[in-house]
Write a protein that binds this ligand. Structure first.
Ligand code: XMP
Length: 514
């Protein structure tokens, strides 16, 4: 049996697979995404409480379509097929799947034929998110339809005796009004889960695992960037092995205002690891001199980072393990499911362990989603400002300075950004807007200050709302807030004389300016 109740999600390449995993975990039930062809023996070995078959782009009637071994349905474990997962279930168990007369896409009213089992407590009709071309036209023996839409007579089906279910709509997306309830019914009523996935429980198990892996005397080296992931990884490993953890923090002088000091404080006082800060700002600025092309900036920063890190690591003597803050989306996106070790291709650690001669990697966060990493950080006692830090590009503020990067320009970004953050916090918008920052545009403009003509920098405000950072909308910030931020920047930040607001969505723009 699994150490904790686990839902295995077999992935057929659907765009919402990760979202299904997150929704399950939000219900305090642990879930793992696995490739659709995970063997029946392996599924049995993992002892899941339930199995979810994801959506996917294929059509079950296509000879090349991914088909699971029908023995999965005979494991005695409840199965929920979503979209393609439902069609596959129908196809494999003797039902029929046909092309729908009309492709259904978007929010559609679904009528529930029953309000028990999977649909327990749901309304007779509710809005659901549909996105399909194929649909089940005849249920397999033992199944009966449990929901329908105008165009799709079998929008859900069930074999209650065998505890096998299918839904054509997507309960995992927020556009499905009662999706949360449906998933909860599956987890708690049908699979018998009790909600044993909590961050405190995870921390305890993870600490024990690290202790077991590293042994009584093993040492660990970690590259601390100051971001959420590496900081939480460091805190967790510190709890497991104390000062046998050494953190090397390469300070490139391109972090936000106050962050470098905070990282030093947290890892010298709250989590007193063996902490090495390499102050390399001069080297980074020297190497960035005259460089204006964004990719070139990234390349130089990546290269310098590795150089500095290697130099520091070589002074430390032999370390047994290299630790990094790889998180679950990196693992899933690399297509490696949950079995193999993955090295995050982040600019500052990609390839480093190998170059430094490490064969042993410790990645204690590799099963966690970002929001879970934050909860873990809080459970471990890291400061809130650190745990709730916004996403931040590896190359730091260098990509928020358009054109050549100089210490003065970085200071303008740091100061203006600090003002923007302060005012967002005062307005209570810190966690309502996904990401916000200032950019030093390459534009100079004429102004007057006192009686003097000025010719100084233009600062842009960028604030976006997004779920996944792949697409984003510009945040509709209150005018009063924008006015205060603008006035403070031009008054308090020397050489910033104009403030503009970026009102572009992604696509076509990106979030960063670079
Ligand atoms: P763009 O500008 O591509 O940014 O719309 C999407 C998100 O990614 C962040 N970003 C990075 N994160 N290393 C990172 O870890 C990087 O090199 C990097 N570049 C951009 C960006 O801040 C936004 O949240």
């Amino acid at each position: 049996m699994a150490e904790r109740q686990t839902i295995i999600i077999l992935d057929f390449g659907g765009q919402y697979t990760q979202l299904i995993a997150r929704r399950v975990r939000e219900n305090h039930v642990y879930s793992e995404v696995a490739p659709w062809n995970l063997s029946v023996e392996e599924i049995r070995r993992r002892g899941p409480a339930g199995i979810i078959l994801s959506g996917g782009p294929s059509s079950v009637n296509d000879p090349d379509a991914p088909h699971i071994d029908p023995a999965v349905y005979a494991l005695g474990v409840p199965v929920l097929g979503i979209c393609y997962g439902m069609q596959l279930t129908a196809h494999l168990l003797g039902g029929q799947v046909e092309k729908a007369k009309e492709r259904e896409y978007g929010r559609v009213t679904v009528r529930m034929r029953e309000q028990s089992g999977l649909m327990n407590g749901m309304q007779a009709a509710s809005a659901c998110w549909m996105s399909h071309t194929w649909q089940v036209s005849a249920c397999p023996p033992g199944f009966h339809p449990t929901a329908s839409t105008g165009n799709c007579p079998i929008a859900a089906m069930a074999d209650e005796e065998k505890r096998i279910y299918g839904v054509q709509f997507h309960p995992e997306v927020t556009h499905t009004d009662e999706g949360k309830l449906l998933l909860r019914n599956f987890l708690y009523e049908i699979c018998g889960c009790t909600g044993d996935w909590t961050m405190d429980a995870f921390a305890e198990t993870a600490i024990r695992q690290i202790q077991k892996e590293v042994g009584e005397t093993g040492t660990v080296l970690l590259a601390l960037s100051g971001g959420v992931d590496s900081s939480v990884a460091a805190a967790l490993i510190y709890r497991a092995i104390g000062k046998r953890l050494t953190c090397v923090f390469v300070d490139h002088g391109l972090l936000r205002k106050g962050e470098s000091g905070q990282v030093c404080h947290v890892f010298s006082h709250l989590f007193p690891v063996r902490f090495i800060r390499a102050d390399a700002a001069d080297q980074f600025f020297a190497d960035l001199k005259g460089v204006t092309e964004p990719e070139e900036k990234r390349r130089i920063i990546g290269r310098d980072f590795i150089q500095v890190f290697r130099k520091e690591a070589s002074k430390l003597g032999k370390m047994d393990y290299f630790a990094q803050g790889t998180i679950y989306p990196d693992v899933i996106e690399s297509g490696q499911g949950t079995n193999a070790a993955v090295i995050k291709s982040h600019h500052n650690v990609g390839g480093l362990p190998k170059e430094l001669g490490f064969t042993e990697l410790i990645e204690p966060l590799r099963m966690l989603f970002k929001d879970e990493v934050r909860s873990l950080g809080e459970a471990l006692g890291l400061p809130r400002e650190l745990v709730w830090r916004q996403p931040f590009p590896g190359p730091g503020l260098a990509i928020r300075v358009i054109g050549e990067v100089t210490p003065e320009k970085v200071r303008i970004v740091q100061e203006s950004d600090a003002i923007f953050r302060e005012e967002m916090a005062k307005a209570g918008l810190e966690q309502k807007v996904s990401q916000y920052f200032t950019v030093l545009t390459g534009v100079h403009s004429v102004g007057v200050m006192g009686d003097e003509r000025t010719y100084d920098y233009t600062v842009a405000l960028r604030a976006v709302t997004t779920d996944d950072f792949m697409t984003a909308d510009w945040a509709r910030l209150p005018y009063g807030l924008i006015a205060t931020v603008s006035a403070r920047i031009v008054n308090e930040v020397p050489r910033a004389s104009r403030v503009v607001l970026d009102v572009t969505t992604k696509p076509p723009a990106s979030i960063e300016w670079e």
